[in-house]
Every structure is written in C-alpha cells, then in structure tokens.
Design a protein around this ligand. Structure first.
Ligand code: SAH
Ligand code: AVI
Length: 894
C-alpha cells in the first residue's frame, strides 16, 4: 500500500481510524485531567518515550519522497513549506517544554523563536506567515540538526521522570506534531498541484475507499450529550461535555461522491446564484470556480490532482477539497442541508455512519465557537483556541492524510468557509418531522420496503423478525422481559450473575467485548462488572434507537470504557471498528437470539463470526432449551398481551414507515409450539378476508390466513454443540440453569489440525457442563445435629458434631465432615478426579489404614459451585470403603 515505510502506513484508511489538523500550525490547549493515571510511572514514561520517537520518525518519513527544493517553496499564504513544519514542530518542544521544564537547557539557535513561532503572542514577535517561503536559511540540514538536538534533550527529559503537567504537555506536543503531519501532506499536494508537471508524491498512496451505504439514517432527536468527557485525552475546545437538544433528523451514512458532484456541475451547480450563500456566490465569480479545487478538465474528462499524481476522477469515490460554500450549495441543490456538529456526533456515536475518519473531514453547518462553560487551558499553549473562535466552521471526522488514532468522535476541526486545500468532503442531513417522516420520501426503496413486499407477496406470508426492533419494538421487547411468563431474560441474567466471576476468568486483559443484538445492553453490565479487564465494548444492533440509548447509558455508567456501537444487521458482512483491532475478541450473543435464525442462517452467522473474531476468541451464546410445551407457549403468549403488542408492532411499523393501512385489530396474535422443528412460532392471523396496502403495493389476506413473523428455536445441549461444531466451534464450557432451563455456552474456535470427526468434535476434552440445582434435580444441605464418626482399620479417623447432610435427587444422603474434624494425616491424596455438573470438580484421597478397600474412599469439592458452597473444606466418605460411618443422636443438654 505504501512506499513511505511502515511509519507512513499509519496514515491511510486500513484501520478506519484517523485524526486531524488545525488550520495552519494552530495549537489548541489541552485539558490536563484525562484518565491515564492508572499507569505506573515507569510504564507511562516508557510508553511516552516510545510514542515520542514514533511520532517524530513519522514526520521525517513523510519527507523522504521530497527533494530539497520541494521543502522550501510556499505555494500560498495558507500553506507552509515542509522545512518550516519540521522546524516548527521541534520549536514547540523547545519553547513549551525544554526551555521551561529542563533546567539549564540552552536553545539551539536564538533566532529560531522568531522564525518558527506560529501564533503565540505570549512567546514574542514572529516571522509573518506569508513569508515562510523566504526561509532558504536555515538549510534543511540545519533544521534536521535542530530536530536531533531537541530530540536528544527530550529523551533526557523523558527519562528523568516527569510530572503529570509536563507529561500532558508532551502529549500535546505530539498531537500538535501529528496535526502538522497532515498539514505537511496538504501543503505538498497544493504545491505539486501548482507545478506544470503535476509531480507524484507517492505512486502507491492509497485511493479513497468507495462507500457502501448511500442511505439516510433517521434519529429521533431529544437531549444529547455533546463533547468530550474527562475520561480520555481531548483538546480544550471539545469540552465541556454538555446537554444540547436535537430535533428529529436524518443523516447520510456515506459522503457525497464525485459522481454526484458531476451531476451537480452538469445541472449548472456553479452557475446558479439561487443555490449559493451570498459570500460564496461572490467568490465563485471572482475566483471563477467551476469544480472542486484539484479537478482539472482534460480532453478525456475530469482528472484530479492527488498524492498519487494526476488521476481520473473516480465517480464512486467521495468528493474532496470543496469549500464550505460549495458544500452548502451542493446540499441546497440536493434538497438537503449540512448536519450540525451535534447531529454528526450523535449519529457517529450511534454507529450509523461510514467514512467517518478515513477519507475527508466533513463540513458541518456549525460555526466554530465555544461550548457552554468552555475555559481555555491555562498554559501558554491555551492561547490558541479562544482567539480563533470566530469566522470559521467546524468539520468533523478525519481524513486520509490524518494520522491513525489522532482524531476522535468529539474532535472539532475548523477552517474558514472559503478554504479548500484541506481534505474536506460533504455529508448531507435532512430534517425529519415529529412523527419521524423524512422531508423527502426515501423509505419506499429501503431494505425494509423490499423485504415487506417480498414477504407479503409470498404464498405463505412471512416477514423477517429483525424488523420488530424499531424504537417501539425494542421497548416492547424490554417489557416482555418483565412479564412473569417470559423466563429467558430473567433466567439468563441470573445465570450470568451466578457464574460471572467464572466467566470473567476466560476473558483476557485488554479484550474487546463484541455483542450481537445488544438491545438495551443490560446483560452486558453483569459481564462488564465482573471483568474490568475488558477495554472496549462494541455493541452491534439493527435497532438504532436501542443502540444509541444503550451506548449513551453505558458511556455514562462506565466512563472509562470506550463504547463503539455498530448499527448494522449482524447477518451482513460486519467490520469491527478500529478500536477493536489488535485485541482479543470476546463475542457475546445472549437472549437466545440465535434461536430466531433458521438452521442455515445460524450456520452462516456462526461461521462469519468465527472469521470476525479471529483465532484467540471466545464466543458466549445464550440459548433457550427445549422444555414442556405449556411453559414455552406461555412465554410467548403472556396474559397481559405484551408479546401480542410486540408482534403487532410490526404492522404498526409498516403503517408508519411504509405508508401501510393495516388495521391492527383485524389480526390476532398466535404463538404455537412446533414440536417437530423444536420451535415456538409466532404468527398474525387475519380475522377476515381483507385487502391491505403497504409500500405502494396491495396484498390480499383470507380469513384465518397467517403471516409468519418469528421462529424461536429451542435447543438441547447436544443439538447446540452439533450446530456449533458444523460452523467451526467447540463448546468448551456450558452453564445450565435450573428449570425453566436456559443455557450459556462458551465456544472456542475448533483447531484446524483436528482430525476428529464432526460428531466427536462437538465437545472439546475440557467441555464442562455446569448445572444449577432445581426442581428436576434438587439438592439440600442441612446441619446434622448428630455426632458423626468414621472408623477405618479399627481407628476413629473423623469425629464431628458439625457434619452437613447433603441430599441430592434420589441418592442416599451423604455426610460432609469439616476437615478440621478429620485426621487428615491418615489420608493420601490421589490423582483421581471426577466432575459433577451441579457441584464442580471433585478430588479424592485413599486411606492407607484401610488397605485396598479404602482406595479413593474420601472425596472433597475444593471449589464447589455456588449452590453447594457450604461443603467447601469438607470431606465425605464412601460407606463401603470404610469400616463404619456412625451417627449418635445426642440428647440436648439440660
Ligand atoms: N441481547 C438483548 C436483546 C435481545 S432482543 C437481550 O438478551 O436481552 C434481540 C436484539 O437483536 C434486538 O435488540 C434486535 O434489534 C437485535 N437484532 C435482531 N436481528 C438483528 C440483526 N439481523 N442484526 C442486528 N441486530 C439484530
Ligand atoms: C430476541 N428473541 C430471542 C426473542 C425470542 O424469544 O425469540 C424475541 C421474542 N419474541 C417474542 N418474545 C420475545
């Protein structure tokens, strides 16, 4: 992909996470209270020293394709020569760190403060910006010597052990240098674009990725928490996080393409004053603009100057290098508008957007100004932000030239509305009215419409269950979980709580938790609480409202945990966000949502998750088990009628979103058990012959005709393990509740070198089933009031008044005797072990005194499961492997 060496690869799209730059050498202040204080001092210093070296090398890697002449010329006042960037970023460390925090430091050259200060009044007079191209001296060699000199002193400073304030300044200096890495590329591109030979900076520079989506995504509006919290590094202009109000809106999931821009141009976009803001129209005329900045008309059509040289304009790629005026005119032409920065941040946090950071900064319609409560940082570096908060517009996201991991969803880039040499693009937004309808009717060609038309046109009418979950449907599902009949939510949550700490032991430090069909993310909390080592949470759900609400609530309650929601259909090809990369992945698919798939869908899903999560992953799946029909049917036919409302909400959603005219009272909710296919089926049954319109189509229903809306398959431990095995997974642990039985399976990828047949591969050697005692397998433990003694070889080896009597199912009662009342010196531990799914791992002892008869005569549960915790530190004896186990009832003392 790159010829700039490994350093430069942190610039482009590959991982989708990028970040930005300030308009020309701009330096925002930084807050000092971000949450990285848990690192030990030496770890923090090591990490910082390495980062310092990486970032400084990265800048130098960027100039390797440049010759000495390329480094000096200033192609316009907004751009700076590459040599100036190299020196200015170095000056930052000298002026803000070494001169203040390194006792005895002598500046490299006293003139450099004048030459390489960008904006800082507090640090004295400086070379006017437009004269940076006059600096033939100092030479590039001098500037590189300056870099080495400052790097040497910085190395010493970093190794000397630095204060938190100094550390913050170093991090700020590195963020500042990353901004200049982007500026350097912007400025080189501008310089080369002015050259008649149109030079190539890097012929391997990646091309901009084409977006997949192309849909508007709706958001319901309401209060929204905008801005950065104290939990991680952010610039002062991103703070404080504060509540703002959003009207309902929709936002395009991808950026405007070159092809769309060509249509705008062909429709006279640059020649129609009615589309333009007044200042923009003046500029279009005075500058004779008729295309984005780097477009060049050739006999073969439009080409575009890029870092790869002059290339044909790709119609599917996003348009870049347009000013705010052009973006606003385009939006006007497209019957849309630009999003506000709050709308952008809200949609990005909800995971609705593609091309967030990897192609171009996105113009918002928000003026760059202070958030309520904004306070500039109190150091000299804080001079920057406050004084630029006028006459500029906010851009959000990140660009192909932004260093990886530099930006964040709260990042506020800003430029003047006429500027366009930065990598700027366009994302559209539109108002929704209060009932959530678009100002433009786009719903008719949505996936939903297509699936509804196909499903209602089929001979046996059916609809995919994923469409249950609009905002109302997600809330109804939560309400179902509260009904007494719908046991799966309650039982699975209790099972998770009971085994949380055990589940947590299988989760690696720094792992990412990826949840499929996360809904309200309530069960997730049990795992997060038990496994604080989880470093990132990625909830995936089609229900945008549920996802946005859950992500906001989790961010509030787990402020240190990055929550990166993905609003996608998890049966489609999902890409995990960059924050998940390089981490061990823990998949979590609770709720028995896997039961809503057909067998083929479940296999496809499990196989694709196997690919998505990689080799070292764990996948935990909650699955409901087959049980008696009455319990099952009641769970899907609650007396209060909430499941019926959930089922009928599908019709309400069609009415709302696809202009349908379903009469909800003309259908009955039906839930039946299909024993042959081991599934609960939900249907809506037409009460009469009727005609229904939806999605611009007409459908006839006969009286009694069913619309099949959902299957909930139920499993046995065997059927589930078999399914998993066919998709490349082995069950390594399973936890099973008391009745009504529900299971959680922990799956591991099958080893590819396994020669075992599928049937044998369904369980790994270590598979452990964990069961909770209940009515089908009751266990009771009671103190035994009798004195209990055990005799072997004629000797009393145990004598207690504190025995516990354990009764289990149909087995004989067993006396568990506290070890302190047993002469343990007479026992010999053996390597015999057994496993009980209700009680846990069991270890054994022989009693040499008893001879052959007493081999493995004694057992103990050293870490018994919670339901039988009382027998810890007790041992029990096989009656036929000892002489006698005697109980003497003692009369109560008077
Ligand atoms: N995990 C939660 C919610 C289960 S409800 C729990 O256990 O209680 C099922 C969830 O899966 C809903 O939030 C629904 O929106 C989501 N879902 C259903 N089909 C989906 C699909 N194809 N892609 C993504 N999410 C889906
Ligand atoms: C999400 N899914 C597993 C639920 C189920 O049990 O099939 C959805 C549901 N349908 C009716 N009630 C609950």
């Amino acid at each position: 992909m790159q010829t700039l060496g490994s350093n430069a690869s942190s610039f482009n799209r590959a991982d989708g996470r990028k970040r930005t730059v300030w308009p020309d050498a701009a330096l925002p202040g930084v807050r000092t209270n971000f949450a990285r204080r848990s690192l030990r001092v030496s770890d923090a210093t090591d990490e910082l020293s390495h980062r310092y070296v990486r970032v400084r090398h990265q800048t130098e890697a960027l100039i390797t394709p440049l010759g000495p002449e390329d480094m000096v010329v200033q192609s316009m006042p907004d751009a700076s020569p590459a040599k100036w960037h190299l020196a200015h970023t170095t000056w930052f460390f000298e002026a803000f760190l070494l001169s203040i925090h390194s006792p005895g430091y002598r500046v490299f050259d006293p003139d450099y403060n004048f030459l390489f200060n960008s904006y800082y009044e507090a640090l004295g007079p400086r070379l006017p910006r437009a004269q940076r191209g006059l600096l033939t001296r100092p030479s590039s060699i001098d500037v590189m010597a300056y870099r080495r000199y400052v790097d040497g002193h910085m190395r010493k400073l970093l190794q000397s052990g630095i204060s938190a304030v100094t550390e913050d300044l170093v991090r700020l200096g590195l963020a500042h240098e990353e901004q200049h890495q982007e500026l350097l590329l912007m400025d080189v591109l501008h310089l080369f674009s002015r050259s008649p030979t149109k030079p190539t900076y890097d012929k391997e520079w990646p091309v901009d990725a084409v977006g997949r989506g192309g849909r508007f995504k709706g958001m319901s509006g309401g209060p929204f928490e905008l801005g950065a919290t104290a939990a991680s590094f952010a610039f002062d202009n991103e703070c404080p996080r504060h509540t703002t109000w959003l009207q309902p809106f929709e936002i395009s999931d991808r950026l405007v393409t070159n092809g769309e821009w060509l249509a705008f141009m062909a429709d006279g976009g640059y020649a129609r004053p009615e589309l333009w803001l007044s200042d923009g129209w003046t500029l279009v005329q005075s500058e004779a603009w008729n295309s984005p900045l780097y477009w060049v008309q050739t006999p073969d059509g439009w080409s575009q100057m890029t870092l790869r040289g002059l290339r044909t304009v790709e119609t599917d790629a996003p348009v870049t290098h347009v000013s705010y005026y052009e973006a606003a005119a385009y939006a006007h032409w497209a019957s849309a508008r630009l999003p506000t920065e709050a709308e952008w941040e809200c949609a990005a946090r909800a995971g609705l957007l593609e091309q967030v950071e990897e192609v171009a900064w996105q113009w918002t319609q928000s003026a760059y100004s202070a958030y309520p409560g904004f306070r500039p940082a109190e150091n000299a570096a804080g001079e920057y932000n406050g004084k630029f908060m006028v006459g500029q517009v906010v851009l959000r996201g990140g660009a192909s030239v932004t260093p990886a991991h530099h930006s964040r969803l709260t990042y506020r880039n800003f430029y003047r509305p006429e500027q366009r040499w930065m990598f700027s693009g366009v994302r559209l937004a539109r108002d929704l009215n209060q009932s959530g309808e678009s100002s433009e009717l786009t719903a008719a060609d949505s996936d939903f419409a297509v699936d509804v038309v196909a499903g209602l046109s089929a001979r046996e009418k059916t609809l995919p269950p994923k469409y249950f979950y609009d905002a109302a449907g997600s809330e109804l599902f939560e309400a179902i979980g509260q009904t007494p009949e719908y046991y799966p939510t309650r039982v699975e949550t209790a099972l998770l709580q009971q085994f949380a700490s055990e589940i947590a032991t299988g989760i690696a430090e720094g792992a990412v938790l990826v949840e499929f069909g996360s809904g309200a993310s309530e069960k997730t909390r049990v795992i997060l609480d038990a496994a604080p080592q989880i470093a990132v949470y990625v909830p995936i759900d089609v229900s945008e409202d549920a996802l946005a609400k859950a992500a906001a609530a989790l961010s509030r309650d787990y402020p240190k945990l990055p929550v990166v929601p993905v609003a996608e259909d998890f049966t489609a090809a999902i890409r995990l966000p960059a924050a998940a990369q390089g981490r061990v992945k823990i998949g979590f698919f609770p709720g028995s949502t896997i039961g809503n798939f057909t067998e083929a869908e479940a296999l496809r899903f499990l196989r694709s998750v196997r690919q998505l999560l990689g080799d070292n992953c764990v996948l935990m799946i909650g699955a409901d088990l087959v049980k008696d029909e009455a319990t099952l049917v009641a769970a899907y036919n609650d007396v209060e009628g909430i499941t019926a409302r959930f089922n009928k909400n599908l019709l309400a959603r069609i009415n709302r979103e696809l202009g349908g005219d379903f009469d909800l009272d003309a259908f009955d909710h039906l839930a039946i058990w299909n024993a042959e296919l081991t599934r609960i089926e939900m249907h809506l049954v037409s009460r009469a012959d009727q005609i229904v319109n939806a999605a611009k189509h007409t459908f006839a229903f006969k009286a009694g005709e069913r619309l099949h809306t959902e299957d909930s398959h139920k499993f046995t431990t065997e059927s589930f393990a078999n399914l998993a095995a066919r998709a490349g997974w082995s069950v390594s642990r399973e936890w099973i509740s008391a009745a009504p039985q529900f299971a959680i399976f922990s799956l591991a990828p099958q080893r590819s070198d396994s020669l075992l047949s599928t049937a044998r591969r369904t369980r790994t050697m270590e598979t452990k089933s964990i069961k909770v005692p209940g009515p089908n397998h009751p266990i009771s433990i009671e103190p035994n009031p009798a004195r209990v003694t055990v005799r072997v070889g004629g000797r009393i080896i145990a004598d207690t008044r504190s025995a516990l009597t354990l009764r289990e199912g149909g087995y004989a009662a067993v006396q568990y005797i506290p070890q302190e009342d047993v002469d343990m010196t007479l026992l010999r531990r053996t390597d015999h072990h057994t496993y009980c799914p209700y009680k846990g791992e069991c270890a054994y002892y022989s009693i040499p005194l008893g001879g052959d008869r007493s081999v493995n005569a004694v057992w103990t549960y050293e870490a018994p499961y919670a339901a039988v915790a009382a027998i810890k530190d007790h041992v029990a004896f096989y009656p036929d492997r000892v002489d006698a186990i005697e109980e003497q009832k003692e009369s109560k003392k008077a």
